[in-house]
Write a protein that binds this ligand. Sequence first.
Ligand code: FES
Length: 106
Amino acid sequence: MSEQWTRVCTEGELLPGECRVIDVDGALVALYNIDGRYYAIEDVCTHDGGELASGTREGFVVTCPRHGAQFDVRSGEALCAPAYTPTAVFPVKVEDGVVWTRDDRW
Ligand code: FES
């Protein structure tokens, strides 16, 4: 498990409603600001690798731009076909106005 946090941006650089994709130890992570709270998921659709951050978002649900699978950014849960496997979620912390995340899978 990586204990290394990766700096994403300052809070002012990711406003409510915005999303940013960053590389965290080789994994692409989509970090969302939803109503002032931050959520990080892997930017990979578990159906066939679509870039989730390129899709649309309504509330906590993102829709893959390729074939329409949906995921909950809070849990990574796949909500409908053609995806059945959750995408990874990552911890987020804010310290002194800076947003951090890390890949804690390994
Ligand atoms: S790649 Fe995302 S629904 Fe197919």
